[in-house]
Design a protein around this ligand. Structure first.
Ligand SMILES: C[S@@+](CC[C@H](N)C(=O)[O-])C[C@H]1O[C@@H](n2cnc3c(N)ncnc32)[C@H](O)[C@@H]1O
Length: 366
């Protein structure tokens, strides 16, 4: 994430709880919103203070000149998250911050912004630590993984920014063949194709910074016309056993405008051949009761291991799953295991380098 932020002009990116902090002006803010493939949102830190109770939070949040930052006609939502905060109710803290912002408007203008929890123009985020509160204006609005290309619904799709991060972690380059043999709605393929084509992930959506008082439309136009990366012509392959998933994949690829670089077919991962002599395979097998019982998956993994070994020598295979039994059951030795979070679910991206005659794990159960 730090590398991506630096490449977009973010200054001194450092990892902090819940994200990466960085500096920069509006140009950087617009660019990171438009181009970050892995961030969820870009928050602008506007106010920070120490607090002991809800009254402090109300008074100190009200000292900030909110009407300078957005018009009273804009609708508002406040979100609070906390780590080691002594406050009993975050809901009450949220109300106090909302009151502080609205009262500041009323004192200045005689009217206050309306609240819209579902689709607000302006989001204020507060992060409460043990004695410090930091307030942010959200410059993204809808989270950045909402790219605007998802037209077809398939089961258990990955979030777009997680999928993009997985593709980056595989080290796939557009000149390598890429295959997702359990492609579902094709999230991994769309993100890989968008990367290879140098498409801005946010090109089809709007951002909350467009609703802030400081919005500079001319600067935004300039940033929108920048290019980052080159346009390659990748060869991507996707397959799935479920015709509904393939339908959703087709619609998503078309909506994202990348269908001509992706070949889709109906096939079972346990039977399909490799589409090239070498390449990168990436997949996200079903997981969780809704998608297959633990027993079914325990029977599936060794067969998947066999399929990889028999048909994918020369390929680097990546499996993203929350099922930590996988390396044992697939009976192949992972060359890397990368911990990742899918929301609150702890997952791993396992890397298997398949070479002809890949050795079985010695301790493998029968
Ligand atoms: C968790 S979903 C993949 C979601 C996908 N990564 C996305 O973001 O849209 C797992 C997919 O594996 C497919 N699947 C299950 N068993 C399969 C098999 N034996 N061969 C191929 N696909 C299979 C399911 O139909 C489902 O679409």
């Amino acid at each position: 994430m730090q590398k991506e932020i630096s490449s977009l002009g973010g200054e001194n990116p450092v990892v902090v709880p819940g994200g990466v902090a960085f500096g920069g002006g509006w140009e950087v803010c617009y660019r990171v919103n438009l181009w970050s493939r892995i961030a969820s949102r870009v928050l602008w830190q506007v106010h920070a203070f120490s607090y002991a109770n809800e009254m402090d939070i109300y008074e100190k949040a009200k000292r900030f000149d909110w009407p300078r930052f957005f018009a009273v006609e804009r609708t508002l939502r406040v979100n609070v998250t906390a780590q080691k905060s002594p406050l009993k109710s975050l809901e009450f803290a949220t109300l106090r911050i909302k009151d502080a912002v609205c009262d500041r408007f009323r004192d200045a203008l005689g009217k206050r912004p309306s609240i819209d929890r579902a689709n607000p123009d302006v989001r204020v985020h507060a992060f409460l630590e043990s004695s410090r509160a930091t307030l942010y204006l959200d410059t993204s609005g809808e989270p950045l993984f909402k790219r605007g290309w998802r037209a077809g619904a398939a089961d258990a799709p990955l979030r777009e920014n997680l999928a993009a991060g997985i593709i980056m972690l595989t080290g796939w380059q557009p000149e390598d063949a890429l295959l997702d043999p359990m492609c579902g709605g094709a999230t991994l393929l769309v993100e890989a194709a968008a990367m290879a084509r140098g498409r801005a992930p946010g090109a089809k959506r709007h951002f909350a910074f467009e609703k802030l008082a400081a919005f500079d439309a001319a600067l935004w136009e300039r940033v929108k016309h920048e290019t980052h990366g080159s346009e390659s012509s990748p060869t991507l392959h996707g397959s799935d056993t479920d015709p509904k998933a393939l339908n959703a994949a087709r619609r998503n690829l078309a909506e994202a405008g990348v269908e001509r670089w992706v070949e889709l077919e109906r096939a079972d991962v346990l039977e399909r051949p490799a589409p090239a002599a070498s390449g990168v395979m990436v997949m996200n097998p079903p997981y969780g009761e809704r998608m297959g019982s633990p027993e079914e998956l325990a029977r599936f993994y060794p067969r998947l291991g066999d399929a990889l070994k028999q048909r994918f020598a020369g390929w680097r295979c990546y499996i993203f799953t929350a099922d930590l039994r996988l390396p044992k059951l697939i009976r192949l030795q992972p060359s890397r295991r990368i911990p990742l979070w899918n929301g609150a679910l702890e997952c791993r991206l396992y890397e298997f380098e398949i070479v002809a005659g890949t050795h079985r794990k010695k301790s493998a159960p029968a």
